[in-house]
Ligand binder design. Sequence first.
Ligand code: ADP
Ligand code: MG
Length: 251
Amino acid sequence: MTPTPTATAQNLALSTQNAPDTPVISAQHLNHYFGEGDLRQQALYDINLDIHAGEIIIMTGPSGSGKTTLLTLMGGLRSAQDGSLKILGQELNGATKRQLTALRRNIGYIFQAHNLMTFLTAKQNVRMALELHNKYLDQDMDAMSATLLETVGLGQRMDYYPDSLSGGQKQRVAIARALISRPKIVLADEPTAALDKKSGRDVVELMQKLAKEQHCTILLVTHDNRILDIADRIVYMENGRLATPSQATEA
Ligand code: ADP
Ligand code: MG
């Protein structure tokens, strides 16, 4: 294969950073426990999962089965205790606070409740996510935030405060905030749970579109059967264990 001359330099830079077949998320024999002593309870059992760059994975399964626990571990929001969890090549079991903080800059988070700052406008909320990255400080962060808010259909609403936006609009601001810094991974925990059918669908399609454009990996937890078709792959969690839908007792 002869690479096209224009693409060569860029591809080389990317491939040395991240070999094409290295998973961006890799869990091997991952266990997790809550509580101590007699109260210690196992929440995750022998999780093995590889997710590659650009994949959209949906995780589904009953309430209490361990989905949020796994997502927060992958996001470096909780410490890995047992087994291996590598995110973007970084082993999280035994990682320092500093390593976790550095890792979190490469991850966008979208939660069920939008978690927007109510005292900031839509645009200021999005802009704040950029201000955490030194590399954007000399760029026009207002213009970048405005452009992305236009992309998510909020061009007319960017100076509104969250309280004057609908549930779907707030969740679209949350998506813009999660994606503005072009994270390599987006972790979304039931992002459509508070939305009606149409807004829920719009929100995930938007995530899918932006992720494909930015070649970002998405792991999305949902109970919403109507959005399963956007996934490249579906994994099922039950009682702290992962199964593919065909292995699951109730897929
Ligand atoms: P899901 O997101 O699939 O509903 P969770 O990951 O929130 O499930 O919970 C998995 C299990 O771990 C549940 O039994 C839950 O009660 C328990 N659990 C979750 N978070 C904590 C915590 N902070 N302390 C103790 N137990 C927890
Ligand atoms: Mg949960």
